[in-house]
Design a binder for this molecule. Structure first.
Ligand SMILES: CC(C)(COP(=O)(O)OP(=O)(O)OC[C@H]1O[C@@H](n2cnc3c(N)ncnc32)[C@H](O)[C@@H]1OP(=O)(O)O)[C@@H](O)C(=O)NCCC(=O)NCCS
Length: 189
């Protein structure tokens, strides 16, 4: 299936391209970014070698719901969602999906671009793909991601206590969700 491309005022959400690889590699070596996305900062150089960048590229190509975020002609991040397994009747018959977003270079954060990319993707997920519930799971300490999701109407629903070991310490995750009716209400307000 060909991945659709989306455009907003400032952004394009598009398929990954070979020219994105070096940009992603640099972002992968930023311990600040790596920590926010729950990888262990001290393992960063092992994770982002050329082979892992190639793997990242192949994974996005094969993933129908993950897009590169392009701003002023260059890749600056990635946004996507993953549906619950359609076969898994315990988890909503595939009408629930978990989101992820990242703006790689620090200089492009806090300009409204992360929220703009998520909004573009939400239009597609809710309206075209008939997702009922989008959810997020982020480190409790990730104030940026929590603020970004909340600014778009996500409701924080609970804390997963000590659900991962990062850098030798147990960490909590916060979970939250946005329902299609929450979004409709926001859009009509
Ligand atoms: C999370 C992330 C994508 C946010 O993107 P961004 O482009 O910097 O965020 P925006 O500029 O669109 O801001 C959206 C809202 O979040 C708030 N926000 C963003 N960063 C913040 C921070 N560090 N502290 C407090 N609030 C913050 C903004 O003020 C804005 O709120 P408002 O609309 O009420 O003013 C970005 O910080 C990032 O890439 N982080 C690393 C990857 C990551 O942690 N991803 C989440 C895991 S899925």
């Amino acid at each position: 299936m060909t991945k659709p491309t989306f455009k907003s005022k400032q952004l394009v959400l598009r398929e990954v391209e070979p020219r994105d690889k070096p940009i992603r590699k640099v972002a992968g070596l930023d311990p600040d970014y790596t920590h926010m996305t729950s990888r262990e900062p001290d393992k960063v150089t092992e994770i982002w070698d050329d082979a892992s960048v190639d793997q990242w590229y192949d994974d996005i190509l094969a993933d129908p719901t993950r897009w590169v975020i392009e701003y002023e002609g260059e890749a600056i991040g990635v946004v996507g969602y993953r549906r619950a397994n359609i076969e898994d009747t315990w988890h909503g018959f595939g009408t629930t999906a978990t989101c992820a977003v990242g703006i790689w270079p620090k200089r492009y954060r806090r300009l409204g671009l992360g929220a703009e990319a998520l909004e573009l993707m939400f239009d597609y997920a809710f309206e075209d793909e008939k997702i009922h519930r989008l959810q997020m799971k982020v480190l409790e300490t990730n104030t940026a991601a929590r603020a970004a999701y909340q600014s778009l109407g996500f409701v924080e629903e609970g804390v997963e206590r000590e659900s991962a070991m990062i850098g030798g310490k147990w960490v909590n995750y916060v979970r939250g969700g946005l329902l299609e009716q929450d979004r409709r209400k926001r859009n009509n307000a």
